[in-house]
Design a protein around this ligand. Structure first.
Ligand code: V47
Length: 360
């Protein structure tokens, strides 16, 4: 049987064997991935009305790929107050945002209690907004400064009303690459443990992978397999419903950072990565083609190569745009809808847990 058939028959294959999936031509891989996404979602493309808020860029950690944190390449440190964050959030909420995505730096001047006061105030002012907050890297950081243990940090998050966790901080799980690109950041094992504990509380989260820098194809496959295993462990262990909702391959943006990369993936390599993710992750329901890193055009094309989601309007995007992405001012709902429909696909506004709100 050929490799693709063996994969589709759930044969247990090694990272080395699965890396050979990249040797298929783009059309064969894309067609298989597209059929898999069509079986679940037909021609639907999901998006949401969301608002990203990044409270600060002053960071105790140094990730070589990051152009967002204040450094000599981005010498503009800022820290927002709770009132500033609330007033920005309220403005977006009143304009129709249904999700707040709050991801910050590891700011040594914010205390543990500051975060929980922020979340409590957000929930008090906007009880029905979906609060997606704190990457596993931030949870690990809060554990480091509070010595509470990540389990207690996560339980405090659930208690104060954090609804789900974003997928950031995963980068690349391979320990060697990880220690080169983001030494000192949450370890791969800990990143996975944090998400699994969150899932055991009945909560959903996302999972990212930063690709297109110094990692190999094998590193990407290894990353995807670790997520697949974690998701099936979560399903076995948990009694309540929690798990990864979406896998998000984040394409590395190259400007203003300290990772000196000379070679970048081609469009085919990017699409193959998305298709392979769909093929290897039958237990993670959604594959997000995050338009802020791919650009709107490639994110639309990716919808025919296994992806089913674009992310949302974002409004203000600071992390990828600091590294050169054209996403600083988000995208209008009208533009997202038009792009999806112009491609002959169905524009489905969703909530943060992928319940369908409206077909546009
Ligand atoms: O983990 C940093 C990435 C992530 C660069 O869960 C970069 O729905 C590309 O977590 N090029 C944070 N990426 C963003 C994030 C996220 C974004 C959108 C949706 C969701 C979700 C989560 O940004 C970090 C890091 O991997 N990042 N620098 C860069 N130069």
């Amino acid at each position: 049987m050929d490799l693709l058939q063996r994969v589709l028959h759930n044969e247990n294959l090694s990272v080395q064997e699965l890396s050979k999936l990249y040797e298929y031509d783009i059309f064969t891989l894309g067609e298989v991935a597209h059929q898999l996404r069509k079986e679940r979602y037909e021609d639907k493309v999901f998006f949401n009305i969301n608002r990203h808020i990044n409270p600060s860029n002053i960071c105790a950690d140094v990730c070589k790929f990051c152009a967002f944190s204040a450094s000599r390449k981005n010498p503009n440190p800022y820290s927002m107050s709770i009132d500033e964050i609330l007033s920005q959030a309220r403005r977006s909420y009143e304009a129709g945002a249904k999700e707040l995505h709050v991801v910050s730096s590891h700011n040594p001047y914010y205390t543990y209690d500051w975060y929980f006061e922020l979340f409590a105030e957000i929930k008090k002012a906007m009880p029905d907004i979906h609060l997606k907050a704190l990457t596993a890297a931030e949870v690990d950081y809060l554990d480091r400064i509070s010595h509470k243990g990540y389990q207690n940090v996560l339980e405090d998050m659930a208690k104060v009303g954090v609804d789900s966790m974003p997928g950031g901080g995963a980068e690349i799980f391979d320990e060697k690459v990880r220690s080169f690109i983001c030494k000192g950041k949450v370890s791969s094992t800990r990143w996975l443990e944090i998400h699994q504990y969150w899932h055991s509380l009945g909560k959903m989260s996302n999972a990212t992978m930063l690709f297109g820098h110094i990692e190999t194809r094998e590193n990407r496959i290894d990353h995807i397999l670790r997520l697949r295993d974690a998701q099936s462990d979560s399903a076995i262990v948990q009694s309540k419903k929690g798990g990864f909702n979406a896998f998000i391959p984040l394409l590395y943006q190259r400007q203003n950072n300290f990772l000196n990369v000379q070679k970048f993936p081609s469009g085919q390599e990017i699409l193959k990565t998305i298709s392979i993710a769909r093929i290897l992750l039958p237990n993670i329901p959604h594959i997000k083609a995050y338009w802020a890193t791919l650009g709107l055009n490639l994110a639309i094309v990716a919808q025919e190569f296994g992806a089913d989601d674009m992310d949302g309007t974002i409004e203000i995007e600071s992390i990828q745009s600091a590294a050169g992405a054209k996403s600083k001012s988000g995208a209008s709902k009208e533009d997202l809808i038009a792009q999806i429909k112009d491609a002959g696909l169905r524009a489905i506004e969703r909530d943060s847990l992928y319940n369908e709100i409206k077909e546009w």
